[in-house]
Write a protein that binds this ligand. Structure first.
Ligand SMILES: C[S@@+](CC[C@H](N)C(=O)[O-])C[C@H]1O[C@@H](n2cnc3c(N)ncnc32)[C@H](O)[C@@H]1O
Length: 398
């Protein structure tokens, strides 16, 4: 018999599998999207969006969902049947004015919300991928327990140690790669493992460690599922191992896309890069006489502060393409712009799958813990405006 989370997972899995033609192929690299034939009206409605309407749907997930609900009610009902409740604070936190020194506003809010969602436990805590250990300091102060910080960036460890020492906090920093076996003090059973925004392989590692060591409890907010060395996602739970989904790194990337939290300058640079890549794509198709996408590796940001011709020359060198002397760059940039306009509209459909895919991945983690004898809850530890990665898995050994 399925647990409540298992039933949610089953519906999500079925929907994501049945509709994979709508979200797995990427408009950016794919010439003819498979769904454009079967969903002609939807395609036409997306392409007809003017700039203002497009931006409204792009920037506001709720508005986007309403727009799609009117056109694809069954799909939206299945994809959005489940949204975890807000965890709220289980405890009032003690903080002092030194605690949030050098922490940007939103990060501070995330830390407070995460620490506030942890029930009191009379056990040492282990903070995975702790950075400078800002979360550790709040947890240590409020749980009044020893905290171990695991972090592999030596400069962050040094800065964190200095901060903790100045505040007299009972924290041990371990300059440690969590992909290696943990230091003995962290590996004991009677530990609470915490991880705020631990990426891909690292949060999988955390969960494996929790299960293997039979740790008492864990609180994890996963992040960047695509940061993994595996070419295909390796499901953790028995439930997810039965899926028909084959998630490549770029499919996993969708789970964290579409969040408008980057700074404005950063967003503009990213858009320019996409535009230039499409312009270069039009150019390379002409030069090679082949109507297919040519992958170009990622580039340094300085290149994006130069011009489109410089970008094309760099990309051509990377792909060993000879460029003729006279190229009508303006023409290719216009072609790129026209495709960019259509692609960003068609991508709205993929964005509809972002949250359900993230929930699928989080539920895989949760079900893994459940299958291994943990009592598990999934909540949102903060509003999505504070962090789009706001899902929190909390588990305690039965
Ligand atoms: C996204 S940050 C999260 C930091 C902190 N938990 C927070 O929420 O502010 C990820 C951290 O993981 C650290 N990290 C990356 N790979 C690691 C590894 N293999 N072992 C230990 N730490 C690692 C990075 O240096 C970075 O500080």
């Amino acid at each position: 018999m399925h647990s409540a989370l298992g039933s949610v997972f089953e519906l999500l899995d079925r929907t994501l599998c049945d509709y994979q033609d709508l979200w797995l192929p990427q408009p950016f690299t794919c010439g003819e999207l498979p769904w454009c034939g079967t969903h002609g009206q939807l395609r036409a409605a997306l392409l007809a969006l003017d700039e203002r309407e497009f931006l409204q749907l792009h920037n506001c997930p709720e508005r986007r969902l309403r727009w799609f609900r009117e056109r694809e009610p069954d799909l939206c009902a299945a994809l959005y049947a489940y949204e975890p409740a807000l965890s709220g604070s289980v405890r009032a936190l003690e903080v002092d004015s030194f605690d949030n020194l050098h922490i940007p506003g939103r990060k501070w809010q995330q830390i407070l919300a995460f620490a506030g969602a942890l029930p009191h436990r009379e056990l040492p805590h282990v903070d995975w991928c702790a950075g400078k250990g800002h979360l550790s300091r709040i947890v240590q102060r409020n749980q009044r327990q020893m905290v171990h910080c695991l972090e592999w960036d030596a400069s962050l460890v040094a800065m964190g140690e200095a901060l903790a020492k100045r505040q007299g906090r009972n924290i041990t920093y371990h300059h440690h790669n969590v992909l290696q076996p943990l230091p003995a003090e962290c590996a004991e059973t009677a530990r609470v493992h915490i991880g705020l925004h631990a990426c891909g392989d690292l949060h999988q590692r955390l969960l494996h460690h929790v299960v293997r060591s039979g740790a008492t409890a864990v609180a994890l907010s996963p992040c960047c599922y695509h940061k993994t060395s595996a070419d295909l996602y390796l499901p953790l739970s028995g439930a997810a191992r039965k899926t028909r989904l084959r998630l490549t790194r770029s499919a996993l990337h969708l789970a964290v896309q579409g969040a408008a939290t980057a700074r404005r300058g950063e967003r503009q640079l990213r858009e320019r890069e996409r535009l230039w890549r499409l312009g270069f794509d039009a150019l390379q198709r002409d030069l090679r006489g082949r109507d297919d996408y040519l992958n170009v590796p990622s580039c340094k940001r300085e290149l994006l502060r130069q011009g489109f011709p410089e970008f094309c020359q760099w990309a051509a060198r990377r792909r060993q393409l000879a460029l003729p002397d006279r190229i009508p760059y303006e023409h290719y940039l216009r072609l790129g712009s026209a495709r960019h306009r259509d692609i960003v509209r068609l991508e709205l459909l993929r964005q509809l799958f972002t949250r359900p895919l993230e929930l699928w991945l989080v539920l895989d983690c949760a079900l893994y813990l459940e299958e291994q004898g943990y009592r598990v809850g999934v909540t949102q530890f903060c509003e999505r405006a504070v962090s789009p990665r706001n899902l929190l898995i909390q588990a305690e050994r039965e």
